[in-house]
Design a protein around this ligand. Structure first.
Ligand SMILES: NC(=O)C1=CN([C@@H]2O[C@H](COP(=O)(O)OP(=O)(O)OC[C@H]3O[C@@H](n4cnc5c(N)ncnc54)[C@H](OP(=O)(O)O)[C@@H]3O)[C@@H](O)[C@H]2O)C=CC1
Ligand SMILES: O=C(CO)[C@H](O)[C@H](O)COP(=O)(O)O
Length: 625
C-alpha cells in the first residue's frame, strides 16, 4: 500500500534535510512543503509576522492535494511543520489510512542556534518561540531527536517504521492464538497481547510467541500501552475476547492509547445491538469500529475461517487485506470473507450463522436418537452417516461421524458425555431476533429450547419416572431418515436466510444473500454442499422455497419426513426440529390456514377487527359476536 510520510517539526528542526535523505533512502519522491506556500505567506514570514490559521488553510489543502496525487503513483515524503492537530487533520483528509507521521523533536536552544546559522531562509529565529507555543506534538508519530546526525536520524526512522507492526491481536485465548498464527503465516508483521494475572497467568504472550516458529517476527506484549505503540498508524487491532462486559472493558482499557483514525475490530461473538452502540460510541471518538463475525473454531481460525465484517464501508479497505488473506478460500479460490454491511450487520449475520448451526446440530442429534432406537450402536450410526456424505455432506456431519467413533478405554466416549448442552448466547439472540422481526424461525427456537430442556437434568430424571416415556423401537427405512434430515435442513436454511434478509430490510443494510452463502461454503461450522447449492438460488430470490430446484427437492423429500415424524411420535421419541420442520411447511404452504379462528377470537374479546375473504379491498370489519 502506498503511503505518504509527513515529516513534521518546528522550523529549524531539520525537516528538509531529513526528508530529502529519507526519500533517497526509500527511493521515493520528496516534496518540501515550503515550496508550496503562496507568495503572500512568504512575504508575511519575511516581514517577521507569524502565519495564522487562515494563511495556512489553503497551503495545507494544497499539500493534501499533492499527497493524494502522488499516492496514485507511489509513496512519497512531504515535509511540513504541521504543528497543530487541526493542520494534520487537513493534511490527512481522505487519505488517513495512507499517512505515516515522523516528528522531529529537539530543545529550543539547539534549534534556535541552528536557525541563526541558516542563510537565505525567509523564517527568522524570532518566530521560533511562537512555533514552540503553537506546537501540539503528535501522539501517533515516530519521534526522533534532532541532536543525532542526519544519517542516524534517517536510520532511526527507517528502523522504527520497519519495527512497527501492521496488525495487532488482543486476546490469546482459543481463537486469538489460532488467528495470530494464521496472520503470521501469511507474512504479516503482528503484535500480540494477552493480559497477565500475577501468580496465575504470566508471560502468556511471550511464551506463546516462543512456542511457534512463525511468530518469530511478532512482538509480544502484556502491557497495553506498549502493545498499542508498537503498531503502525492508523492502528488495526483485532479483539478476540469474551463477548459482553469484557469487550467493553477491553475497549475502555485501549482507548487512552488510541488515536483518531485507528481501527478496532471485534472478532468475538458480540450481540449485534451492542456492536451498533459501540460503533456509535467509538465513532464519536474518531475510532473506526468493525463488528466481525468469525467462524471456524480453533482449527478454522488457524487454517482459514469464514469472516463476516460489518462497519464503515470506506474504512473496510484498511482491514480487507488482513481479513481476506487469513480467510478460507471457496472452490473458486475466492476468500470466504466479504464486506457484509454497515454497523452491526457482520455480527448479525454471524449470529444467524450460529442459529443455523444450532439447528444443524440438533437435527444430527435427533437422527442419532432415531438410528439408535432402530438398534444401531455409535459405530454403526457413524457408518450410516458416512454413507450419507454423497447426498448430505457438511462439516457438522463429518465431525459427528468422528465423535461417534471416538472410544474412551474401549467404550464409546459419547456414552460417557452428560446429556446437557450449553450455549453462549447467539442462539438465544437469534431466537429473539426472529420474534422481533416477525420471521417464523421455529427451528432455531426449538433447537435452543431443546438445549435449555437438556439442562433440567434432575427434573428430567424425575419426570421420566412419572411419565414412563417408552422410546419404543421405531421401524423406519434409513433412506427415509436421510430424506427427513435433508428436508429439515432445507427448512432450517430457508428460515435462517429469511431472517438475514428481513434484518437487511429493517436495518437498511444492503445485504447480498448469495455472497453470504458463498462465504459460508468454507471455513465455517455450517459449511455444506447444501450451502453451495444455495449460492445460485439466492441470486434469484431471498426465498429459497420459491426456487424450482428447491421446490422439487422438498416435494420429493416430504413423504419421508411425514413418515419419520409420525412414527417417531408413536414411538415417543423427542424430535423437536424434525417435527417443527414438517409442521412449518404444512402451515406455510397452506393457502387457507386456521388463522381465521385466531383473528375471530381476537375480534370477539378485543374488537381487534378482521378482513373478509369476500371483500378484496382489504377493509377491516368488526362483529358484535
Ligand atoms: N471458540 C470458538 O469456537 C469461537 C469463539 N468465538 C468468539 O471469539 C471470542 C473469543 O473466544 P475464545 O478464544 O474461544 O475465548 P477464550 O476464553 O479462549 O479467550 C478469551 C480471551 O479473552 C481474554 N480476556 C478475558 N477477560 C479479559 C480482560 N478482562 N481483559 C483482557 N483480556 C481478557 C482472555 O485472557 P486470559 O487468557 O488472560 O483469561 C483470553 O485471551 C468470543 O467472543 C467467542 O464467542 C467466535 C467463533 C468461534
Ligand atoms: O461461534 C461459534 C461457532 O460458530 C462458537 O463456537 C460458539 O461458542 C458456539 O455457540 P454456543 O457456544 O452457544 O454453542
Amino acid at each position: 500500500m502506498n503511503s505518504v510520510i509527513y515529516i513534521t517539526g518546528v522550523s529549524g528542526s531539520g525537516k528538509s534535510t531529513i526528508g530529502k535523505l529519507l526519500s533517497e533512502n526509500l527511493k521515493i519522491p520528496f516534496f518540501d512543503g515550503d515550496d508550496f506556500h503562496p507568495q503572500s505567506n512568504i512575504d508575511k514570514m519575511k516581514s517577521g509576522l507569524p502565519l495564522n490559521d487562515k494563511d495556512r488553510q489553503g497551503w495545507l489543502l494544497k499539500l493534501n492535494d499533492v499527497a493524494k496525487a502522488q499516492l496514485q503513483k507511489s509513496s512519497c515524503v512531504i515535509v511540513c511543520s504541521a504543528l497543530k492537530q487541526a493542520y494534520r487533520e487537513i493534511l490527512k483528509k481522505d487519505i488517513e489510512y495512507h499517512v505515516k507521521w515522523v516528528h522531529l523533536t529537539g530543545g529550543f536552544n539547539l534549534i534556535f542556534k541552528r536557525l541563526n546559522e541558516r542563510e537565505h531562509h525567509f523564517m527568522s529565529s524570532d518566530l521560533l518561540q511562537s512555533q514552540f507555543d503553537t506546537l501540539e506534538p503528535p501522539k501517533d508519530a515516530i519521534q526522533v531527536d534532532v541532536s543525532l546526525k542526519p544519517s542516524e536520524i534517517v536510520k532511526n526512522i527507517v528502523e522504527q517504521m520497519e519495527e512497527k507492526s501492521e496488525f495487532g491481536l488482543f486476546g490469546l485465548g482459543v481463537m486469538g492464538k489460532s488467528l495470530s498464527r494464521n496472520l503470521a503465516q501469511k507474512g504479516f508483521r503482528i503484535s500480540i497481547f494477552n493480559r497477565e494475572v500475577k501468580g496465575k497467568e504470566e508471560h502468556v504472550a511471550i511464551d506463546f510467541k516462543n512456542k511457534h516458529k512463525e511468530l518469530e517476527n511478532a512482538h509480544a506484549f502484556s502491557n497495553i500501552e506498549k502493545f498499542v505503540n508498537s503498531l503502525q498508524t492508523p492502528r488495526k487491532i483485532m479483539l478476540m475476547v469474551n463477548a459482553g462486559k469484557i469487550t467493553d472493558m477491553v475497549i475502555e482499557d485501549l482507548l487512552p492509547y488510541l488515536s483518531a483514525g485507528d481501527v478496532l475490530i471485534d472478532g468475538g461473538n458480540s450481540n449485534y445491538i451492542k456492536t451498533k452502540e459501540r460503533y456509535d460510541y467509538l465513532k464519536s471518538k474518531g475510532i473506526h469500529f468493525f463488528g466481525v463475525g468469525v467462524s471456524g473454531g480453533e482449527e478454522g481460525a488457524l487454517k482459514g475461517p469464514s469472516i463476516m465484517p460489518g462497519g464503515d464501508k470506506n474504512t473496510y479497505n484498511l482491514v480487507k487485506p488482513y481479513l481476506e488473506s487469513i480467510a478460507a478460500k471457496d472452490v473458486n479460490n475466492l476468500p470466504c470473507c466479504t464486506y457484509i454491511g454497515e454497523e452491526g450487520s457482520g455480527h448479525f449475520v454471524k449470529m444467524v450463522h450460529n442459529g443455523i448451526e444450532y439447528v444443524e446440530m440438533q437435527l444430527l442429534a435427533e437422527v442419532f436418537t432415531i438410528l439408535k432406537t432402530m438398534g444401531n450402536n455409535p459405530d454403526e450410526i457413524a457408518d450410516i452417516l458416512e454413507s450419507w456424505k454423497p447426498k448430505a455432506q457438511s462439516y457438522l456431519l463429518s465431525i459427528t461421524i468422528d465423535i461417534l467413533r471416538k472410544k474412551d478405554r474401549n467404550e464409546w466416549l459419547i456414552h460417557k458425555i452428560v446429556d446437557k448442552a450449553g450455549n453462549k448466547g447467539t442462539g438465544n439472540w437469534t431466537t429473539i431476533a426472529t420474534a422481533q422481526l416477525g420471521v417464523p424461525g421455529t427451528l432455531i427456537a426449538s433447537a435452543l429450547f431443546a438445549r435449555y430442556t437438556s439442562f433440567y437434568k434432575d427434573e428430567r430424571i424425575q419426570a421420566s419416572k412419572h411419565f414412563e416415556i417408552t422410546s419404543l423401537p421405531v421401524n423406519l427405512e434409513i433412506k427415509d431418515v436421510l430424506n427427513a434430515y435433508q428436508f429439515a435442513r432445507i427448512i432450517n436454511h430457508f428460515q435462517g436466510i429469511r431472517l438475514v434478509s428481513e434484518a437487511g430490510k429493517a436495518y437498511n443494510w444492503q445485504l447480498n444473500l448469495s455472497e453470504i452463502a458463498r462465504i459460508w461454503t468454507n471455513g465455517c461450522i455450517i459449511k455444506s454442499d447444501l450451502m453451495a447449492e444455495l449460492i445460485p438460488v439466492l441470486k434469484e430470490d431471498d426465498n429459497i422455497l420459491k426456487h424450482q430446484v428447491i421446490i422439487n427437492q422438498v416435494k420429493l423429500l416430504k413423504p419421508s419426513i411425514n413418515k419419520v415424524v409420525a412414527k417417531c411420535m408413536l414411538s415417543e421419541l423427542a424430535i423437536p426440529c424434525l417435527s417443527d420442520a414438517v409442521n412449518f411447511l404444512n402451515n406455510y404452504a397452506n393457502s387457507r390456514s386456521s388463522a381465521n379462528i385466531i383473528q375471530a377470537q381476537r375480534d370477539y374479546f378485543g374488537a381487534h377487527t378482521y378482513q373478509r375473504t369476500d371483500d378484496a379491498t382489504g377493509k377491516f370489519y368488526h362483529t358484535n359476536w
